[in-house]
Design a protein around this ligand. Structure first.
Ligand code: R5P
Length: 281
């Protein structure tokens, strides 16, 4: 077995190969003069794990090219971050179901696909090959333990993320809750923990994705007003668009961490171990 990856998932792929005890396939990436992507894969094995997060359109094309280059091998596809998964419904007439379009495009060559904390598990149904999703909630919990925070309050930013927050908190038997929005007027909205009190607590806000950071920055400001001692943020997928990292730090969040499903300077824990376990299960 060998592991091969797109350019944007090289580090995770190397960690995964380490966990699986196998080697990496060397791939050379370049562009044609007109800007089209080109790649050339080295020696493949009978079985290949193809790793590629879709964080941009180029990532997607590179992943499709990589799959085609691996067509003579028996492939497992790992898509650690699946972009476009958030457009999983048709919200307005004329819109595509983007998650379906991407899932179908990726259902080629590989015999199975594994995603990580996909936005909605129902998106898996759009793949035409067997698809399953793993959660890094336990890994977030392990990361929090390593941070050595004393008795943190784990907060999900909304009810939708509450299950993830509870799973994270379970690792350390910490308190868990989720934020609830109360609308006081057209413009005035407050956010506070649904059942617990943030006053004097070390708060860790956990979510699957930090995109613009808007949700977490607003929450952080309100938690500070409610007397939280310190506020930290950990997510799985650090999309971090539009200056989100700075936005969050400027909002008073002491540290912002994500996994390596999207490789960032603040990728503090890895999806490799859990992916390896799933691949060999
Ligand atoms: C939403 O359902 C997700 O779980 C995240 O809460 C959302 O994507 C975060 O977006 P932003 O960082 O732009 O507030």
């Amino acid at each position: 077995m060998r592991v091969i990856s797109t350019e944007s998932s090289q580090i995770l792929a190397a960690r995964l190969a380490g966990e699986l005890g196998c080697s990496l396939v060397d791939v050379r990436f370049s562009r044609f003069p007109d800007g089209e992507l080109y790649l050339r894969a080295g020696q493949l094995d009978e079985r290949t794990v193809v790793v590629g997060s879709v964080t941009s359109n180029d990532d997607l094309v590179q992943l499709l090219l990589l799959l085609d280059a691996c067509r003579e091998s028996s492939c497992t596809l790992a898509v650690p971050y699946m972009g476009y998964a958030r457009q999983d419904k048709q919200f307005h007439p004329g819109e595509p179901l983007s998650a379906r379009a991407i899932a179908r495009a990726l259902s080629t060559v590989a015999e199975e696909v594994i995603t990580v904390n996909i936005h909605e598990e129902s998106v898996l149904d759009h793949f035409t090959i067997p698809a399953r999703n793993i959660s890094l909630a336990e890994d977030v919990g392990e990361y929090l333990k390593a941070m050595g925070l004393a008795d943190p309050l784990v907060l999900a930013p909304d009810e939708g993320a509450a299950r993830f927050g509870k799973a994270v908190a379970q690792s350390g038997r910490w308190d868990a809750d989720h934020l609830q929005k109360t609308r006081h007027s057209g413009e005035e909205v407050t956010m506070k923990p649904k059942s617990l009190c943030a006053e004097g607590r070390t708060v860790v806000i956990v979510d699957d994705i930090i995109s613009t950071g808007g949700t977490l920055a607003t929450a952080a400001g309100m938690l500070a007003d409610q007397g939280a001692r310190s506020i930290h943020a950990v997510c799985v997928h650090g999309v971090l668009s539009g200056g989100a990292y700075t936005h969050l730090r400027a909002a008073g969040i002491l540290d912002v961490a994500c996994s390596d499903t999207i490789e960032r300077g603040c990728s503090c824990y890895s999806a490799a171990k859990r992916l390896a376990a799933e691949i060999t299960a």
